[in-house]
Design a protein around this ligand. Structure first.
Ligand code: CA
Ligand code: CA
Ligand code: CA
Length: 224
């Protein structure tokens, strides 16, 4: 049959065990801390015009391990980023993200976040589904704060929740969003998925089969 419903008994049973309120509460707590930390960072690194940036151009990045998974920090250069992490922070530059970015590492490490502070970036989820801001059994999110960016996902991404919460938040720029097939741009099975932009100009969203029309990307959120 031409449909994506699972015949797995465990998957069906998991539907009854999902605590949506716990999931929602945990996501709100995480986002509250995330927003506060971002404001503190921006205040600490702000410099008057003409002064040197707080982040030197020579900073190439660093990384360390945590109980939630790896943390990787990239600098102002044009980085190629394909490693999976609990948290990826990029400070600037025109970067190329590949594969599962903003996706939880596992049910035991259920948070995967990308925060990109600047640059015209390219996000390519590759041929596999579940990438680019997909909450697969947890919380998965991409936050891109500036630049003209391009996002492409095969399936289940760009703000999709699969037994979890998935977010794609792009704050500025004339961006493009391409979903090759289905289950993205704010969808959930079950959980919460959200694709959101805040800007004055209107971006376009291009989706190939089965959706083949272009439409403005608008905030969308579903609970199932
Ligand atoms: Ca960079
Ligand atoms: Ca960007
Ligand atoms: Ca952008």
């Amino acid at each position: 049959m031409d449909q994506s419903a699972t015949l797995s008994r465990k998957s069906i049973e998991a539907l009854g065990g999902l605590d949506r309120e716990y999931l929602e509460f945990g996501s709100v707590i995480f986002l509250s801390h995330f927003q506060r930390a971002l404001k503190e960072y921006q205040a600490a690194t702000a410099r008057p015009q003409g002064e040197a940036d707080a982040i030197p151009a020579s900073f190439a990045g660093c990384g360390f391990e945590t109980a939630f998974g790896p943390v990787r920090i990239y600098g102002l250069g044009a980085d190629s980023i394909d490693s999976r992490t609990f948290l990826t922070l990029d400070l600037g530059g025109d970067d190329h993200y590949v594969g599962r970015q903003g996706v939880p590492l596992s049910p035991e490490q259920p948070i995967g976040v990308v925060l990109d502070l600047g640059g015209n970036d390219r996000y390519d989820g590759g041929p596999q589904p579940v990438s680019l801001g997909c909450g697969l059994f947890g919380f998965g999110a991409i936050f891109d704060l500036s630049g003209e960016d391009h996002y492409r996902c095969a399936a289940a991404g760009l703000g999709a929740g699969i037994f979890g919460v998935g977010l794609l938040v792009d704050s500025a720029g004339n961006d493009t969003y391409t979903l090759d097939t289905h289950d993205g741009e704010g969808s959930a099975v079950p959980g919460s998925g959200c694709s959101s932009t805040w800007r004055e100009t209107t971006p376009t969203l291009a989706a190939s089969a089965p959706r083949d029309t272009e439409r403005p990307l608008a905030p969308a959120c579903w609970w199932m």
